[in-house]
Structure formats: structure tokens, C-alpha cells
Design a protein. Structure first.
Length: 311
């Protein structure tokens, strides 16, 4: 299908098409309006998950951001595989914008940046993401009209709130200004996101669906939000476990002076250095129950000796 936004000498025609779309009246029974209203509660819940709230505040660990990128890779690989399968199916074809929207290549660049050339060997699909992926494949192969719900939920979000997350991630993780690591959020082939979203909604509204099918699509969109929230919750649990490991000694405790990454013991835990840091080795040893018992006994003996000497 030729792209409605392809750069060409017919660009002015594209702008006129957008202008026509902007002036189109919106009906409460339009699919775009039904989706907007029917998913409002799910959208609010998703925005209020702990993972998203922390992300928006810039409280995002690089390791967690990498895992989120992995989840997106598996999700979009499934979604775009099914979109390719249904690109000529009239229940989805009008929403097929591979040049403008597809994210697989962008995510591959991000994963290569974070994990290296052999990134495919270093990642795996999480449990929550796999459930999401399985649903997308089921829909694409058995109920392709519901694929509209998954495409709407993901891409419209990427072109809206996703652009906010892009800026937060770049600042919080100190990523390069050249946008390595956040290519997922970069839509080079969409010059005006607002206008593109209007075109996309107009295409959705033109799909020939009866009332029952529209209701099923709204229901599926809410399922898509739930799948996303399950992935967010999974990431939040991982984040908490990382924090607990740090408190319990799973990661080295730093004395607060200087850059923690320069501590040899910290580097050793990451497999990048040799001998351990004496300070952290001592702290780690002191946390062992047997050592604590011996120390307590020594303290008791010393206290007894001091008391005897004073007397």
C-alpha cells in the first residue's frame, strides 16, 4: 500500500488530505471516539502504575530500561508480523503504515546499543510479555479485526505520551544527544505527529464495522492495556528486587565517596575487574552470621577485661 505520508513532489496533496481530515465532524459512534471513551479508565490506570510514575519522574534504572526495551521488541515483533500477515485484509489494510509506524528496526538498533552485536543471544521474553505476544498472534490469525485495537493502543500511545518518555529517558539515563538507545521513540517518516494521528483515526472510522464488532474492538483495547500493565508490574517487581538486593548485600554497598562504578569490588561483581575492594570485602564478611557471633564474643570478652581492669 502506498504511504499517505511519503515524501514526494505530491507533498502538498498530503497536507490537503490532512486539512480535510481536521475538518471532518466526529460522531460518538465513530470507532476512534468509542476507543477513546471506552479505554479512558484503562489508560488512567496504566499511567498510574508504579513503573510509569517512576519513569515520568526520571527514576528509571538503566538495567530496567533495557528490560523494558526487550519487552517492546518481542511485543512489536509479534504485532508487526501479524500486521504484515493482514496487510491486504480489508478489516485492517487501511491502517497498514509500515514505513511510518513499524518499530522492529528501531528496537533492534536500541538493543544493539545496549547489549552489543550479539544482543539476540542475550535477551529473552519475560512471562508477562509472552502472554501479550500470544494474544497478539491469536488475534492476528483468528480475529484480525481485533488487531485494530492492539495497533491503536500501541502506536497512538507512542506518538503521544511516548514522546514525553523519550525526553525523560534521554535525560535520566544520560543517553547521547544523537538518540542512541531511544530510536524506538523516533518516527523519522512522520513529519507531524498530530496530523498523522488524525489521518489514522479517520482511517479507523472508515472501517466497515457493525456495532458489535466495534464493541469487541474496544474490549480488546482494554485487554491490550491490561497486558501492558502486567508488563509494567513485572518490571516494577524487578526494580524492587534490585533495590532489595542492594540493601541485603546482593550488590556492594558503597561508602558514599566518589563514583561507585570506580570501586574495584563493584566492577568485579559486574565481571569487569579482578581483586576485591578491602572495604567492601570487610563489610560483606562482617555480615556473615558466624562472623557476627565471633565478633560479639570478642566484644563481650573485651568488655569483661575492661571491667576487670577498672575494678
Amino acid at each position: 500500500m502506498p504511504s499517505a505520508l511519503e515524501s514526494s513532489e505530491g507533498g502538498e496533496e498530503d497536507i490537503l488530505r490532512y486539512e480535510e481530515i481536521e475538518g471532518d465532524p466526529v460522531s460518538p459512534m465513530d470507532l476512534s471516539e468509542l476507543l477513546k471513551e471506552g479505554t479512558k479508565e484503562s489508560h488512567d490506570r496504566a499511567e498510574n502504575t508504579q513503573f510509569v510514575k517512576d519513569f515520568l519522574k526520571g527514576r528509571i534504572k538503566k538495567e530496567l530500561f533495557k528490560l523494558a526495551t526487550v519487552a517492546l521488541h518481542f511485543t512489536y515483533s509479534a504485532l508487526e508480523e501479524e500486521m504484515d500477515r493482514n496487510k491486504e485484509n480489508p478489516v485492517f489494510a487501511p491502517l497498514y503504515f509500515p514505513v511510518e509506524l513499524h518499530r522492529r528496526e528501531a528496537l533492534a538498533k536500541d538493543l544493539k546499543y545496549f547489549y552489543g552485536e550479539d544482543w539476540k543471544e542475550k535477551i529473552q521474553c519475560s512471562e508477562a510479555t509472552q502472554q501479550y505476544v500470544d494474544r497478539i498472534h491469536h488475534v492476528g490469525q483468528h480475529e484480525p479485526e481485533l488487531l485494530v485495537a492492539h495497533a491503536y493502543t500501541r502506536y497512538m500511545g507512542d506518538l503521544s505520551g511516548g514522546q514525553v518518555l523519550k525526553k525523560v529517558a534521554q535525560r535520566a539515563l544520560k543517553l547521547p544527544s544523537t538518540e542512541e538507545g531511544i530510536q524506538f521513540y523516533v518516527f523519522d517518516n512522520i513529519s507531524n505527529a498530530q496530523q498523522f494521528k488524525q489521518l489514522y483515526r479517520a482511517r479507523m472510522n472508515a472501517l466497515d464495522f457493525d456495532k458489535n464488532t466495534k464493541e469487541r474492538i474496544v474490549e480488546e483495547a482494554n485487554k491490550a492495556f491490561r497486558f501492558n500493565m502486567q508488563v509494567f508490574d513485572e518490571l516494577d517487581k524487578i526494580s524492587r528486587s534490585l533495590a532489595e538486593e542492594a540493601q541485603d548485600g546482593g550488590f556492594p554497598v558503597h561508602d558514599g565517596k566518589g563514583d561507585i562504578r570506580k570501586c574495584p569490588y563493584y566492577a568485579d561483581k559486574l565481571g569487569t575487574a579482578g581483586p576485591g575492594c578491602p572495604f567492601h570485602a570487610a563489610v560483606g564478611l562482617a555480615r556473615q552470621p558466624l562472623v557476627q557471633l565471633v565478633l560479639a564474643a570478642c566484644v563481650a570478652v573485651a568488655a569483661g577485661a575492661a571491667a576487670w581492669y577498672i575494678l
